[in-house]
Design a protein around this ligand. Structure first.
Ligand SMILES: [Zn+2]
Length: 280
């Protein structure tokens, strides 16, 4: 796994103001903006094949930008049909391969839905499917990329904080992607005080040790939510997210890793939080 020296900040996908937008220019532009991470968005398909991924990896290394990726959205490791599970596993594996060839850090994915199933059974099924995909990657010699189930914003979606932490405890090469906006929306307004932010980090440290806090992959943004959880992302300043205490807490805990802005104004909020972090 890539060793992350500090807390890095970046954007979910290319910064909106990237000149002549393509992946190479986005990496260079991230550096120009004084950010130091970029999450490749494989929303519909994994567009980076081996050769291109290697080239992109060289550019990122030169610019000192750490690469992560978001696997395609169409994934459900609790699907009823065997083909859907296979296709989901393939999408995650393709994403991990791309990041491996680009010498990046980690791959985030949305694990799936509970439907009407018992959450404990869903956990076991999703865990066994993640074990399969990690094992298949290891058999190919790919063992250097974190596989990260994300905390999800709706209570119908698998991905509570405890679930992703437990998967990280039980499966090799797995660590959580902690989406703070999702946790806030999923709990309909909780996870927004200093004490609650501390609880999250304490839980990670208790279960995953200092390694957990030294290797965090975080999504942040403002968020609009209702009684069914997440509705849509918002710009931080237009949301109720308590970012002052949040930044204070991550600084106090000396967290390291990659923090990705998913606000509608992606690079502006990434820079806003990075500056706040640096001046605190
Ligand atoms: Zn996501």
């Amino acid at each position: 796994m890539l060793k992350i020296d500090k807390l890095r900040f970046g954007t979910a996908g290319m910064p909106l103001s990237t000149p002549s937008p393509n992946t190479e220019n986005a990496i260079k532009y991230v550096r120009q903006l004084n950010l130091d991470a970029l999450e490749l968005e494989f929303v519909r398909n994994v567009f980076l094949k081996e050769e291109k991924a290697k080239f992109i990896g060289e550019v990122a290394k030169k610019e000192d930008v750490v690469l992560t990726a978001h696997a395609p959205y169409y994934i459900n490791l609790n699907a009823k049909e065997e083909e859907k599970i296979k296709a989901s596993i393939k999408r995650i594996k393709d994403s991990v391969r791309a990041v491996h060839f680009a010498k990046g850090y980690s791959v985030v994915f949305h694990p799936g839905f509970y439907f009407k199933d018992d959450p404990k059974k869903v956990y076991e099924k999703i865990k066994s499917n993640i074990k399969i995909l990690v094992k298949e990657l290891q058999d190919e010699g790919i063992n250097d990329v974190w596989v990260r189930p994300e905390t999800m914003g709706k209570p119908t979606q698998f991905g509570s904080l405890n679930e992703v932490i437990n998967l990280s405890l039980e499966v090799e090469n797995v660590m959580p992607c902690v989406d703070f906006a999702h946790l806030h929306a999923r709990s309909i307004g909780k996870y927004n005080t200093k004490k609650e932010f501390e609880e999250i980090l304490n839980l990670i440290e208790k279960n995953l040790g200092r390694e957990g806090l030294n290797n965090m992959h975080v999504h942040f943004s403002g968020i609009n939510y209702g009684d069914k959880g997440e509705k849509n992302h918002l710009v931080l300043k237009e949301s109720d997210f308590n970012y002052e205490d949040w930044v204070k807490t991550i600084k106090e805990y000396k967290v390291k890793g990659v923090f990705i802005s998913e606000s509608p104004n992606i690079e502006e909020d990434a820079l806003f939080i990075k500056k706040l972090y640096e001046k605190m």
